[in-house]
Design a protein around this ligand. Structure first.
Ligand SMILES: Cc1cc2nc3c(=O)[nH]c(=O)nc-3n(C[C@H](O)[C@H](O)[C@H](O)COP(=O)(O)OP(=O)(O)OC[C@H]3O[C@@H](n4cnc5c(N)ncnc54)[C@H](O)[C@@H]3O)c2cc1C
Ligand SMILES: NC(=O)c1ccc[n+]([C@@H]2O[C@H](COP(=O)([O-])OP(=O)(O)OC[C@H]3O[C@@H](n4cnc5c(N)ncnc54)[C@H](O)[C@@H]3O)[C@@H](O)[C@H]2O)c1
Length: 464
């Protein structure tokens, strides 16, 4: 069916991601005419509120509340329902928040460039075009399915988005990949009651972290009952009538595990296929990301790329910051850029969470600086009774500090409240607050921040 609707916008946004929607709202408020095209009515607001951060963290919360006597299946089904209600609310809020503005229109359909200013929008067979003076590509990323015989065609294979909508708790779940996504899902589903086998190809999980931190995480997850197999080479997936068999090899030994569901968590690649970037003259990197400069302009100066699609770190707050950079180009001073970013924190939402910022100990050593390490197990931090109050004394805290300048170079906090604490450390690092100043600051009681009073006084290694 043809639809001859032709729309023109000052700003055309392709994809309802975090950065694009922030720019759309701001430009709309500034009186600019904005059209945002989103391919799915299940995705208003993008990955994060629909199938990413929000539902997964809500499941962390619900899984953690299950008591031993609660039926695993009933608890899971109820939790999935509650999470779905939450994401529906956020989805509607995202749609209304933008489409409710006089200056912004949300169009539902798949956008494909037909020239450098125009996209064709395909909405269930009907076609229209939208052109824009400025165009923002904000199409996100999608899961990579490793090339393993039988995997792609297995009827037990699920992406993270598909697993989130499953109302039957898998009794046995295998996860391919031990990165952020794999570890979070392993932790969530184990706590709901699944038997979880996590298969990581590298010699250990959390390859970027120091050994002591990765070991502490692995110990916690293993004690929760997750079977973590590192150095696993997956050979084949075979579908049986009732389940699937995953065959893999570890150190020359062939092993297998039978499962009811198989989650692929082996990384995500930018969504650029099918976008018609050639027609727009937009260049991509060899990894399929839109190639951008530090101001996020593509090879076509009026086309920007924000969020996962530009190949940068895959976090919602990075997409949001990409939005700030683009806004500064469109209506600001044009100076803000990706090189301004310092001390960007991240959190792995297992229980307790692992939050990190800056350099690891091994990275700091490689810089040639003299460093000292302040570290304590959470259970031994006298200044942090909160860990005992909330009955979560597992984990450790670690700071990497420059011996000569007392500059905080990095931190890894595996602890209750770490997702909040890390933002304080990151702010301190950005503002040049020294380790001694962070150590000797006044904090409320009983809080987790108080731990800094103790941990930063506990130097376990120093180069001097
Ligand atoms: C399970 C999971 C958990 C995560 N947890 C966290 C977390 O706790 N914290 C965190 O910071 N990050 C987390 N992330 C990462 C985070 O969700 C992403 O980095 C972020 O959402 C990327 O946003 P974006 O702006 O790039 O685009 P997205 O939010 O991915 O939006 C892109 C949109 O574009 C649409 N689209 C694609 N192609 C087209 C087209 N041709 N036409 C029209 N529309 C199109 C898509 O449907 C989608 O809605 C998680 C990711 C996953 C998968
Ligand atoms: N809390 C958060 O902020 C959060 C949570 C989930 C996801 N995310 C984002 O989503 C992105 C994608 O997450 P991810 O964990 O899928 O990707 P990732 O790249 O972080 O991890 C993928 C893991 O899979 C392993 N792997 C790859 N192929 C494999 C194979 N064939 N067999 C076994 N192991 C294999 C890799 O060695 C790696 O450890 C991340 O970059 C992250 O930024 C963020």
């Amino acid at each position: 069916m043809e639809d001859n609707t032709k729309l023109h916008a000052d700003v055309l946004v392709i994809g309802f991601g975090k950065g694009g929607k922030a720019v759309a709202a701001r430009m709309g408020h500034a009186g600019k005419n904005v059209v945002l095209v989103e391919r799915s009515d299940r995705m208003y607001g993008g990955t994060c509120p629909n199938v990413g951060c929000v539902p997964t963290k809500a499941l962390v919360h619900h899984a953690g509340k299950r008591r031993p006597g609660d039926s695993a299946q009933e608890w899971y089904e109820r939790s999935v329902g509650q999470v779905e209600a939450l994401t529906s609310l956020f989805r509607a809020g995202n749609y209304d928040g933008l489409n409710g503005m006089d200056t912004v229109r949300v169009v539902t359909g798949h956008a494909t460039f037909i020239d450098s200013h125009t996209v064709e929008v395909d909405s269930e067979g009907s076609r229209s075009t939208v052109s824009g003076d400025t165009v923002l590509i904000n199409t996100g990323s999608e899961p990579v399915i490793p090339d393993v015989p039988g995997l792609k065609d297995s009827k037990y294979l699920l992406t993270s988005a598909e697993l989130l909508y499953t109302t039957v708790l898998p009794r046995r779940l295998a996860i391919i990949g031990g990165g952020y996504l794999g570890l979070e899902f392993a932790s969530i589903y184990r706590r709901f009651g699944s038997e979880v086998t996590l298969l990581e190809g590298s010699p250990r999980i959390l390859g970027r972290e120091d050994d002591d931190i990765a070991d502490a995480v692995q110990t916690i997850l293993t004690e929760e009952g997750i079977d973590i197999v590192t150095g696993a080479r997956i050979l084949e997936v075979r579908d049986n009538s009732e389940d699937a068999t995953v065959l893999f090899e570890v150190g020359g030994d062939k092993r297998n595990v039978n499962v009811d569901a198989l989650l692929v968590a082996a990384g995500r690649r930018p969504v650029t296929e099918g976008l018609g970037l050639e027609a727009a003259g937009v260049e991509t990197t060899d990894r399929g990301a839109v190639m951008v400069d530090k101001f996020l302009r593509s090879s076509q100066p009026h086309i920007f790329a924000l969020g996962d699609v530009n190949g940068g770190p895959q976090f919602t707050y990075i997409s949001l910051d990409d939005g700030r950079i683009v806004l500064d180009q469109l209506i600001g001073e044009g100076r803000r850029n990706t090189e301004d970013r310092v001390a960007v924190p991240q959190t792995l939402f297992i229980t307790p969470p692992l939050a990190t910022v800056g350099l690891t100990e091994s990275e700091a050593r490689r810089t040639g600086r003299k460093i000292k390490i302040a570290s304590q197990p959470v259970a031994e931090i006298v200044a942090m009774p909160r860990a005992y109050v909330v009955e979560e004394t597992r984990g450790m805290m670690k700071f990497i500090v420059d011996v000569d300048t007392d500059e905080i170079l990095g931190a890894a906090l595996l602890s209750t409240d770490a997702q909040e604490l890390i933002n304080i450390v990151a702010l301190a690092m950005r503002q040049g607050v020294t380790a001694a100043e962070l150590r000797d600051a006044i904090y409320t009681h009983p809080s987790s921040t108080e731990a800094f009073n103790d941990v930063l006084s506990t130097i376990i290694r120093s180069d001097q």
